[in-house]
Design a protein around this ligand. Structure first.
Ligand code: RVP
Length: 500
């Protein structure tokens, strides 16, 4: 006979946090959102942590290299989508790892044989006032000079004058090298009253430029998530098919952490991939697995060697798995059960396997609730898809700006590896939709606001760390009438967009 679970499967919107005693120390500025990303032994620290409990979803419409850089700047981590060729995914990872905040790959370059006319056209196109002169006119060529507007006078020169005849030659330029830190670069710029500092390698080839005008922006990134070599950290999604080729390519590109991306992860396929990683790389490669929604699924993946486990089936904003197949579980219920299983596993084995709440985060307070229910961090798709930094088009629909957002289970994504269960047949039905989400501006502004709400809520409850919140939070179920009571009610809103 089938097993019936008597407990109703619930979502975040059905719960509230009960505030607790707050001391005078309990202020948002004192809250730490640091949280473990991968498993660790009792008494030790996680070898990899996030500075904020947010990761961006393994989706074409969410996580590319631009998203990864912007999120790492704020202290979170992106998992670059795996539903693309191994080569292009590895290139995205490599771009994140080679990006250095404040060190810009020059996009205004010309060869010394170019003419004033060509220079003027280039400046018009790029709108930049400084142009690097490299031997072959490329961004990585040997640096032979620099041109700023002080080097030429259009009224006094003919348009066919060669660049080499009016550029500031290499011998007169101050440069940094590959070991120059951003702080040192800014000091050199300041000391020598420069507008920019070219960074070159041992063969005099141009690596990047540091600009005076970026100084203030560069100073801001104090919370960034960086590795030991001060490079931004980045994750990548893999599947259970081509992992033997994809993993080495991603590692070669410098990926920090992998995650098996599947709509349903309680499978032998995942165990095989985890075993493959342990056999070939031991514990040096960090890899998460999922998704699961119950204690059995958690234990299976933890015992198979997962470094973290992702929780959630069918709750994603674009996900129609529950409608199509009738599988899944309310996100809150799934999380509560898995968090308990994680704690039991920790008590038994002394190994803490972090869990990630994936999908279904709609309001900012859902982030705090998910953490209180035991999540160590969250994965968000819709949330990040709304920002400038997501890879999708911004479109104007009836006067409102929207961004495209489509599921990995939609025909558009063609990510059948995420959903198929082995065999050669491609799936013939969709588990995701193609949609729009309201455009919301920059990632930095939105993440800043969301986390200020999280910090403030944690203070209301009296906790300064995520682990205190997880251990002590008081959470209550709410009735549908008390949900109505929770928003503005029985008043006529003055902006009259909504009458309640
Ligand atoms: P949300 O944050 O609610 O937008 O959900 C994002 C999550 O939804 C992803 O991290 C993934 O687990 C899931 N997803 C992605 N594509 C699909 C689908 O097409 N069904 N679901």
């Amino acid at each position: 006979m089938a097993v019936y679970l008597n407990e109703v499967s619930r979502t975040f919107g059905e719960y509230l946090l009960i505030p607790g005693y707050s001391s005078v120390e309990c202020i948002p500025a004192n809250v730490s959102l640091q949280t473990p990303l991968v498993k660790f032994k009792k008494g030790n620290k996680s070898p990899m942590s996030l500075k904020i409990p947010m990761t961006s979803a393994i989706m074409q419409s969410v996580s590319d290299d631009t998203m990864a850089i912007s999120l790492a700047k704020e202290g979170g981590l992106s998992f670059i989508y795996g539903s693309q060729s191994i080569e292009s995914q590895a290139q995205m990872v490599a771009r994140v790892k080679s990006y250095r905040a404040g060190f810009v790959v020059s996009d205004s370059n010309i060869s010394p044989e170019g003419t004033l006319d060509e220079l003027l056209m280039l400046k018009k196109k790029t709108n930049h006032s400084t142009v690097a002169v490299t031997i072959d006119g490329s961004s990585r060529g040997k640096l032979v000079g620099i041109i700023t507007s002080r080097d030429y006078r259009v009224s006094r020169m003919t348009l066919d004058t060669k660049v080499k005849d009016f550029m500031t030659p290499f011998e007169e330029i101050i440069c940094g090298n590959k070991d120059t830190t951003l702080k040192e670069a800014n000091n050199i710029i300041w000391e020598h009253k420069l507008n920019c500092l070219p960074i070159i390698d041992d063969e005099q080839r141009l690596i990047s430029m540091v600009f005076r005008k970026d100084y203030n922006t560069n100073k801001k990134n104090e919370n960034e998530l960086i590795d030991e070599s001060k490079r931004y950290m980045v994750g990548a999604g893999i599947n259970t098919r081509d992992y033997a080729e994809r993993i080495p390519a991603l590692l070669q590109a410098g990926v920090d952490v992998l995650c098996i991306d599947s709509s349903e992860g309680f499978t032998e396929w995942q165990k095989i991939v985890l075993e493959y990683v342990r056999k070939n790389y031991g514990d040096t490669v960090k890899i998460g697995a999922g998704n699961i929604v119950d204690k059995e699924g958690f234990r299976f993946l933890a015992e198979s060697g997962a470094d973290f486990v992702k929780v959630g089936i069918g709750g994603g904003a674009i996900c129609i798995t529950r409608e199509q197949k009738g599988i899944g579980r309310g996100q809150a219920t799934a999380l509560i059960e898995v968090a308990k299983a994680r704690d039991e596993y920790f008590n038994e084995t002394g190994i803490y396997v972090p869990i990630c709440s994936d999908g279904g985060t709609v309001h900012d307070y859902h982030i705090t609730l998910a953490l209180a229910m035991g999540a160590d961090f969250l994965m968000l798709g819709r949330y990040f898809a709304r920002f400038d930094e997501s890879p999708t088009k911004k479109v104007n629909i009836n006067g409102n700006y929207m961004k495209e957002y489509w599921g990995e289970g939609s025909t558009r994504a063609k990510n059948w590896q995420r959903y198929d269960l082995g065999g050669d047949e491609k799936l013939s039905f969709e588990e995701g939709v193609d949609s729009f989400v309201p455009y919301a501006g920059s990632l930095e502004d939105n993440v800043g606001l969301s986390l200020s709400i999280v910090r403030s809520t944690m203070c209301n409850c009296g906790y300064l760390t995520i682990s205190e919140l997880q251990k002590n939070a008081k959470i209550t179920l709410v009735s549908s009438t008390s949900i109505v009571e929770g928003s503005a009610h029985d008043v006529l809103l003055k902006d009259s967009r909504q009458i309640l």
